[in-house]
Design a protein around this ligand. Structure first.
Ligand code: FAD
Length: 300
């Protein structure tokens, strides 16, 4: 029996492990991939305090080592279900079953993909899902943003300060974003619009060279030469293993209180998997610390 099981070894889960094990809790992390989560697949990180420039892989390794320093156990496993046994919770993976007094869900998100040809091949070679992270690599170059919601437009504004031009490709005429942001985008001299259009393909052999779009009304095809394309068609929280627990709403989110505890007592939620405005390493570590400290207080 563990005091705490943390599902997911991204920055949220690893931070929770540092706090909990350092406070003497018997802590286990369960991860189905590489420690570090999304950090592990990030080329360079320039905005995590204390590291002016660090590769995502190196920050993952540093955080992972730190998380194990105070005695937390690390298990490989793909969590399939949590069963609420009242005072304790059972965590079922593809390989084992574990029991703990408290659980933190820190499973992150998956990027919603467009599904256009070339997208998988050129991911990380021109196609990105994070302008705050990767925008600087396209300084003074032309880029496209795909999407028409708040995230897409906010990130287009961010990119317009860095890049030569930003072309927003959106499948409708109207944006789903707040008027305030739409107006700002429309007034920006570096931002252009290709509306009522779908992406037909992302083109290039080793790196992205252009995006081909098709106008839905005229069927006209346009090739937009760009070095980068930022896809903002949504993030999907990884919550499907927890639907049977009855805590996942119809949009796939888990509602939490200010302690980051779900409606099932003893089940906490940290990091990108939570509904939030800014999904970054700093905000994930923040959540991990809050969850762990609340659990420490509850158990003592
Ligand atoms: P994640 O990092 O997503 O970790 C979740 C972990 O849970 C994963 O390891 C996953 O394998 C595991 N998991 C999921 N489901 C299960 C399961 N069922 N069983 C077991 N394990 C499971 N942020 C910055 O601050 N600066 C940057 O420069 C930056 N660059 C980025 C670049 C890219 C390309 C991307 C995609 C993101 C970037 N981000 C950046 C965002 C940042 O990486 C995330 O906000 C952060 O990693 C979220 O941390 P997390 O711990 O909540 O989730």
């Amino acid at each position: 029996m563990q005091d705490l099981i943390i599902i997911g070894a991204g920055p949220a889960g690893l931070t929770a492990a540092i706090y909990a094990s350092r406070a003497g809790l018997d802590t286990m992390i369960i991860e189905r991939g590489a420690p570090g989560g999304k950090m592990f697949v990030t080329h360079e990180i320039e905005n995590y305090p204390g590291f002016e420039n660090i590769s995502g892989r190196e920050l993952s390794q540093t955080m992972h080592k730190h998380a194990l320093k105070f005695g937390a156990k690390y298990e490989y496993g793909d969590v399939k279900e949590i069963v609420d046994l009242g005072e304790t919770k059972k965590v079922i993976t593809n390989m084992n079953e574990y029991e703990a007094k408290k659980v933190i869900i820190a499973t992150g998100t998956e990027n919603r993909k467009l599904g256009a040809p070339g997208e998988d091949k050129l991911q990380g070679a021109g196609i990105s899902y994070c302008a705050v992270c990767d925008g600087n690599f396209f300084r003074d170059r032309d880029v496209a943003v795909i999407g028409g919601g708040n995230s897409a437009l906010e990130e287009a504004l961010y990119l317009a300060d860095i890049c030569s031009s930003v072309t927003i490709v959106h499948r409708r005429q109207e944006f789903r974003a707040e008027d305030y942001i739409v107006n700002k985008v429309k007034q920006h001299e570096k931002i252009k619009f290709v509306l009522d259009s779908n992406v037909k393909s992302f083109d290039g052999e080793d790196t992205l060279q252009s995006v081909t779009v098709v106008n839905k009304l005229t069927n006209e095809e346009t090739v937009i030469p760009v070095a980068g394309a930022f896809v903002y068609v949504g993030l999907i929280p990884i919550t499907s293993p927890f639907t049977d627990l009855g805590i996942v709403d119809e949009r796939g989110n888990i509602q939490v209180d200010e302690r980051l505890e779900s409606k099932i007592k003893g089940v906490f939620v940290a990091g990108d998997v939570r509904e939030k405005d800014l999904r970054q390493i700093a905000t994930a570590t923040n959540d991990g610390a809050i969850c762990a400290q609340n659990i420490i207080n509850d158990l003592k």
